[in-house]
Design a protein around this ligand. Structure first.
Ligand SMILES: [Zn+2]
Length: 362
């Protein structure tokens, strides 16, 4: 049987059982949303008359706008039991992401976007420090295949810590606890109900939870909006889709940055650009996409990500969610190779610099 997040066989058996339990309820989500929700304390930036709030299914769980996520145990088992056609190629491929170890990148007031691997970014805009999906501590479940260019101790300023959803490769309890201790004034920003999970870990910190298209309260000249994604959530046995997932749209006086989070392809990319404008920088997840028949409901492929980027009208395409954690069938750096081979299709510039460098284009 194939590796899945490096879990032991016992863990897999437990997960299968729990997935089976969750399947029964998630089959009910197809059709129109059963209700809508939002945070009444936050401004909703989608002013369309047709937008009623973040959709809920008949169990009161969160659901995607266009393609409700349905757990499918049979499909999962089919993937796990199948042979990866790229197994030998993947094993032979020892190329890894390049990393630059130069702390001087942090020693100035210039705007910066720095990739630390997988979905973790350090962004510094207009004097405001932002960490996205920080996973900076070695994790029992997730083995790193790329080194960190620097660690928590090297980061001097963090004002906001953004968590796109509750999956463990994006939302790491140990990292968040250490960050809360080191940066007690930093605020945690996440989707509805994910804020409550984080608050249990960082009791002294301020944590905000937003619905889709809601703007977080920020006390600096930076805007951060939680935006939709086509994905799902699950962390424990009985909590599927009980915490909202999404992406972030960040605006400073000089830059606009869209961070996709995890997402399958869907019309929400076009919606986000229509509502918030075309972003300068699109940070697009392009890995964990094979086998596509199974993964596409939650992770977009590199080629579809190019289409989504073009639909959004972005200027700079920053790929992420590949090369660090081994979560799927494709070789670790294959997504980047696909992007580079198809760069002529990108109506903008592909930014594929090493980890630890400033990706802002002047
Ligand atoms: Zn995820």
């Amino acid at each position: 049987m194939k590796k899945f997040f490096s879990y032991s066989l016992l863990t897999l058996v437990i997960i299968f059982s729990l997935l089976m339990l969750s399947c029964a309820s998630s089959n009910l989500v197809i059709g129109e949303p059963a209700g809508y929700t939002q945070n009444p304390d936050l401004e909703t930036v989608n002013k369309s008359e047709t937008w009623q709030g973040t959709p809920l299914d008949s169990d009161g769980n969160f659901r995607n706008i266009y393609e409700p996520f349905v757990s499918n145990l049979i499909d999962f088992l089919r993937w796990q039991a199948s042979t990866n056609p790229q197994k030998a190629e993947k094993k032979a491929d020892t190329t890894r992401l390049n990393v630059v170890y130069d702390l001087s990148v942090l020693d100035n007031e210039e705007d910066k976007i720095i990739w630390l691997g997988h979905a973790t970014f350090y962004i510094y805009l207009n004097g405001v420090g932002i960490l996205l999906d920080p996973v900076l501590i070695d994790n029992f479940f997730l083995k790193r295949n790329s080194k960190l260019p620097f660690g928590i101790d090297d980061i001097k300023k963090v004002d906001y810590i953004l968590v796109s959803h509750d999956h463990r490769d994006h939302c790491d309890e140990s990292t968040l606890k250490i960050l809360a201790t080191k940066f007690p004034q930093a605020q945690f920003l996440a989707g509805l109900e994910t804020d409550k999970l984080i608050k249990e870990w960082v009791k002294k910190s301020e944590v905000q939870g937003a619905g889709w298209y809601q703007k977080f309260k920020t006390n600096s000249n930076i805007e951060i909006v939680f935006v939709p994604a086509r994905h799902w959530s699950k962390r424990g046995p009985f909590d599927e889709n009980q915490r909202l997932w999404g992406g972030f749209y960040i605006k400073s006086p000089d830059q606009t940055i869209y961070f996709m989070g995890d997402s399958g392809n869907s019309k929400h990319f076009e919606d986000i650009a229509n509502i918030l404008g075309s972003p300068d920088y699109c940070i697009m997840g392009v890995g964990a996409y094979k086998p596509e028949w199974f993964m596409k409901r939650a992770h977009i492929s590199p080629l579809d990500a190019i289409d989504a980027f073009n639909v959004m009208g972005g200027k700079y395409f920053i790929p992420m969610h590949f090369g660090t954690f081994d979560l799927s069938d494709e070789p670790l750096l294959e997504p980047l190779r696909v992007l580079e081979q198809n760069s002529n299709k990108i109506k903008g510039k592909l930014i594929s610099s090493p980890l630890g460098t400033n990706l802002i284009q002047n």
